[in-house]
Design a protein around this ligand. Structure first.
Ligand code: ATP
Ligand code: LTN
Length: 332
């Protein structure tokens, strides 16, 4: 890939069924960035095993995620789409970066604190060094921007610190990446606990909308969404449930929040929930049809990720070679 445009890198974990939160916070924007940037997308399977996975499920989730990304509009003619474990340089650079990252920095990461609380019986070293692998993902490709949801901001800041530290210790090696976080949809909340982010590994399925949920399930989940007792559709602080519904509605319909609020003037929460559910189902329908198509054409999906990994590996190797030289390894 000859680089003329600025580069974007992002990844997503195959840790479950992709949600409306992943779509609104990340994937929807990935699709849009493809013309302006040279985009590289990875399935972060190495990151996913920081939480124990059933092997058959991990394999299935990875394939489903690839098919879903293609269905949402990731175009292999324009972008690379591959599995992180297929490009061995990710793990190799992560090792080097581990030696340039402090324990104190890693122990301040809120995701580490949250996940170690959630998985108290498996606080493994990989969960702790998760952010250095993420830094390796980004820095290998000299990405200028990293489109992610709000929850990844802290990891991105650490990636920037690691890049600067390495550059200052040796000489300019890494591009210092900028986070690219959208305002609307950067943090979609759980439908059941609107103060917590919508998460694909939430054991309560009513908390999230999976992109594969059929229309009746989507509508049912929205009908059960937790709101408040005021019965006025307004967007303001303290109305987490309603704010979340209005944000979702605004993103899937392209209407502004103010227009959405006007539309529901004098109407009750029941109307709002039903309309939002219908709008989400209508928005997801064409994506679901394409998803079915790609799931029936697994050979095509395999061809995409194999070809992409070959190209990615060449870019990654050129960075890794420079890093090995700078730290003082003998050259082969
Ligand atoms: P897990 O529940 O396993 O931690 P997750 O649902 O948080 O997974 P990730 O694979 O960690 O998803 O994230 C993929 C992308 O989706 C990231 O860019 C992340 O910032 C974004 N994202 C995840 N959840 C949300 C959300 N609720 N709102 C907006 N963006 C989100
Ligand atoms: N940790 C990210 C997924 C991820 C990622 C990356 C995102 C892995 N490597 C590199 C951006 C850049 C998450 O969304 N939980």
């Amino acid at each position: 890939m000859e680089q003329t445009k600025k580069r974007s890198f992002s990844a997503i974990q195959p840790s479950g069924t992709i949600t409306l939160g992943n779509y609104m916070g990340a994937i929807r924007n990935w699709v849009k960035l493809q013309d302006e940037f040279e985009c590289i997308f990875a399935i972060a399977d190495l990151h996913t095993i920081t939480v124990r996975q059933e092997p058959a499920k991990l394999r299935a989730h990875s394939l489903e995620l690839l098919a879903m990304l293609l269905a949402t509009g990731i175009d292999p003619e324009k972008s690379l789409l591959f599995c992180q474990s297929h490009v061995h340089q990710h793990a190799e650079l992560a090792w080097v970066l581990n030696c340039y990252t402090q324990m104190g920095e890693l122990s301040r990461m809120t995701q580490f604190k949250d996940k170690s609380a959630k998985h108290a019986n498996n606080i493994n070293a990989g969960l702790f060094t998760y952010p250095t692998l993420m830094a390796a993902d980004i820095l290998l490709y000299k990405a200028d921007i990293v489109p992610v949801g709000e929850d990844q901001k802290q990891h991105l800041e650490l990636s920037r610190d690691i890049a600067n530290r390495f550059n200052n210790t040796y000489s300019d090696t890494f591009t210092v990446p900028e986070p690219y976080i959208v305002k609307a949809g950067g943090r979609v909340m759980s439908l059941q606990t609107p103060t917590a982010k919508m998460s694909k590994s939430d054991p309560n399925e009513n908390g999230f909308i999976a992109l594969t949920d059929p229309e009746d399930v989507i509508i049912r989940k929205f009908k059960r969404a937790v709101t408040d007792s005021e019965a006025v559709v307004e967007y303001r602080e303290g109305k987490d449930g309603i704010n979340n519904l209005l944000t979702i509605y605004s993103v899937v319909t392209g209407k502004s929040i103010e227009d959405a609020v006007k539309e529901f003037e004098g109407k009750g929460y029941g109307d709002l929930k039903l309309t939002v559910g219908q709008a989400v189902a209508a928005h997801l329908k064409p994506i679901q049809e394409k998803y079915e198509y790609f799931m029936k054409n697994k050979d095509y999906v395999a061809e995409v990720y194999t070809k992409s990994a070959d190209i990615a590996s060449k870019i990654a190797q050129s960075t890794l070679r420079k890093v090995y030289k700078k730290v003082g390894f003998l050259q082969k």
